[in-house]
Design a protein around this ligand. Structure first.
Ligand code: SF4
Length: 391
């Protein structure tokens, strides 16, 4: 498929937030916590002489501690949450036959594209917030209560492969009384700059381990960083829930192209899945779905070809082999972790039991989308998803 390497929200100039983050770290009144996205751990090392795909999670954790972050957490914990929430939503839709296919929602480049160009498809997008935003809202809710601090004094920083994540963190719906769930978003590139600024010798760091509970994850969450990974993670949960089958990896979902169509048998029912990456390829696929030429139950969309491993904030690589090596790094990392399905993450279950009844889960982990279709010039008409009702 066609693929141009570009920031999916190219109209926005990425805002560098390195100074804001240093200021927060040096502010004695603030508690500053950081989360790192799956794709970062297999790419950051490239700035320090490691081969693409080398998993440097331990060194990244140590570097972040040396930089002065109070807690170092893993976005993967929130990706496990996403799997459970999105998997339950998918099973409900399947049961009712409503709003299928379900589109994934963890890529803000894709979500914004849908809001602008395919507003009629908005009811089909999963209402789940992305892992970055689930992490932010949960953290601000839980940690402020536990440490008895004000929301304003807890600063949440994300390290992301992506410039669209900066735009996502700024969205109005991800704030409480004006205070953002995720305060600052740094790309993999910006983190490399900060490590260099601080004079840290990354390649010779002793590895460190994440803080708990938001540092524990299943292998399913790690593969979120590559195209196909979200679908595989959701299936590992949903199929287990329907058939009580223990872990199977769905190797047929591991993509070698920018569009993969596959079928999976779940308890006698055949599900049709599409995994697409790159917005040009997405447009073609959606046009086919709209014309009724294709039918799917689940569609995973990533704006960057190959998924987040190839995000606009990652190290520049001139070969597709580099991107493939990063994806392989994530799949290998999954194998080396203790559990491989999100429902097996014991800390996740504790957080559900202690902090997330149905109401709270809805409030912290889900969102709504807006029709942002440009009607004329700069005017953006905001309407309820899938309708003409003005908001
Ligand atoms: Fe960002 Fe990943 Fe989406 Fe690319 S695929 S825009 S890196 S979330």
């Amino acid at each position: 498929g066609q693929c141009i390497k570009a920031c999916p929200v190219g109209a926005l100039t990425p805002k560098y937030q390195i100074n804001d983050v240093w200021n927060a770290i040096h502010d004695k009144l603030k508690t500053v916590v950081v989360q790192i996205a799956p794709a970062v751990r297999v790419a950051l090392g490239e700035y320090f002489g490691f081969e693409p795909g080398t998993v440097t999670t331990g060194q990244i954790v140590s570097a972040l501690r040396m930089m002065g972050f109070n807690k170092v957490y893993d976005t993967c914990f929130a990706a496990d949450l996403t799997v459970i929430e999105e998997g339950n939503e998918f099973l409900k839709r399947l049961e009712k036959g409503d709003n299928l296919p379900q589109f994934t929602s963890c890529c803000p480049g894709w979500v914004k594209f849908a809001e602008q160009y395919y507003p009629d498809m908005l009811p089909n997008i999963s209402s789940c917030r992305s892992p970055q935003q689930m992490f932010g809202s949960l953290c601000k809710d839980k940690l402020t209560k536990e440490a008895n601090i004000k929301r304003e004094d807890l600063v949440v920083v994300s390290i992301m492969p992506c410039t669209a994540k900066k735009y996502e963190a700024n969205r109005e719906e991800f704030r409480v009384n004006g205070n953002k769930d995720v305060d600052f978003v740094l790309t993999t590139q910006e983190l490399a700059l900060m490590i260099k600024e601080r004079g840290i010798e990354f390649s010779s760091l002793e590895p460190g381990s994440f803080d708990m509970p938001f540092g524990f994850k299943s292998g399913a969450s790690v593969i979120f960083g590559t195209s196909g990974g979200v679908s595989e993670a959701v299936l590992r949960y949903a199929v287990d829930k329907v058939t009580n089958n223990s872990f199977t990896d769905y190797k047929q979902l591991r993509v070698d192209s920018n569009l993969k169509i596959t079928e999976v048998n779940v308890g006698g029912k055949v599900l049709r899945l599409a995994i697409v990456s790159g917005l040009g390829n997405t447009r073609k696929l959606i046009d086919k779905i709209r014309r009724g030429e294709e039918y799917f139950d689940l569609v995973e969309v990533m704006a960057c070809c190959g998924g987040c491993v190839n995000g606009g904030g990652q190290p520049v690589t001139d070969s597709s082999n580099g991107v493939k090596a990063r994806a392989k790094g994530l799949y290998d990392n999954d194998v080396m972790l203790q559990v491989h399905s999100s429902q097996e993450n014991p800390y996740l279950q504790k957080v559900y039991d202690a902090d997330l009844d149905e109401h709270k889960a809805h409030e912290l982990l889900h969102t709504v989308y807006k029709n942002r279709k440009r009607i004329s010039g700069e005017d953006i008409m905001i309407t309820e998803a899938g309708t003409d009702k003005k908001l």
